[in-house]
Design a protein around this ligand. Structure first.
Ligand code: A5P
Length: 262
């Protein structure tokens, strides 16, 4: 009996990226005279950029805007045209990776720290493609998700801002903090120096919180509520856009080589 070799995580990322290139090619043929493409951040998005750059016959149709310095550099190095967001009037499509995606399209991003620029670009795109390997996918509808959610906040007053987040999300109905709340909120530190705070490309801190999202409406609520706290700049829940615009396609590549688009 022939054994089917399981794809590695990187091979799954490549597969999802390839499918996104195929979809972008079909969109580019209708976005005349040229297409503005939002480039996501992270290893899956970088694979997409590299594969897109191989499509020599169509890359002249693209002007790109990037969600991070790393993505911009890779895209430029590969020969794509990248301009600042202020130079474009629209974004036809954005392609980005994710840290979590559920069947009902609850998306959590920002483990790499690029969530603010990602949201600025991804939310403005006419079409939004999410690409992911199987490890990111949860086959859940209305199931509780207890992932860490990144929140980009001002450095100024970060302790009081953290306090506001605790008061809003980690207290029970009687107003007292939930048991074990200290385990559910932390300031992100640098990977290579855990004593120093991680600073985003925008010069801000990141707080990671676990608040246990119950379902899509709970996720939308948390996404919007977090941003009402003075000093919170943006958070990594990417759900409101799908509700508002409806046009988001998720591409998942599985270990067994299957690609699913929904
Ligand atoms: C960057 O801040 C993130 O939102 C990335 O899009 C996300 O972490 C996915 O990254 P990978 O493709 O490297 O898993």
């Amino acid at each position: 009996m022939a054994l089917i070799k399981a794809l590695s995580q990187n091979e799954q990322k490549d597969l999802a990226a390839r499918e996104a290139v195929r979809l972008v090619r079909t969109i580019s043929s209708v976005a005349k005279p040229y297409m503005v493409l939002g480039l996501g951040s992270g290893s899956t998005a970088e694979r997409f950029i590299e594969q897109l750059a191989n499509e020599k016959d169509i890359i002249d149709c693209f002007t790109c805007v990037a969600t991070s310095i790393a993505s911009e550099e890779i895209a430029k190095e590969k020969g794509l045209t990248v301009v600042s967001l202020d130079e474009v009037e629209r974004i036809d499509c954005a392609v980005d990776g994710t840290d979590r995606i559920t069947r009902d399209k609850i998306i959590i991003k920002g483990l790499g720290g690029a969530l603010l620029r990602e949201k600025i670009i991804d939310y403005r795109a006419e079409k939004f493609l999410i690409i992911a390997d199987e490890s990111k996918y949860l086959d859940k509808i209305d199931g509780k998700i207890d992932d860490w959610i990144p929140v980009e906040i001002m450095r100024f007053g970060f302790k009081v801002i953290m306090g506001d987040i605790v008061n809003l999300f980690l207290t029970n109905v009687s107003g007292s903090v939930v048991e074990g709340w200290e385990e559910k909120i932390k300031q992100r530190m640098k990977k290579d120096n855990p004593k120093e705070p991680f600073i985003t490309e925008n010069g801000n801190f990141i707080i990671d919180i676990r608040i246990g999202l119950k379902n899509v409406s709970d996720a939308v609520n948390a996404e919007l509520m977090l941003n009402t706290i003075p000093g919170v700049i943006e958070n990594g829940i990417f759900v409101a856009r799908a509700i508002e615009k409806g046009d988001m396609t998720c591409i998942i590549a599985y270990e067994n080589g299957r690609i699913e688009t929904f």
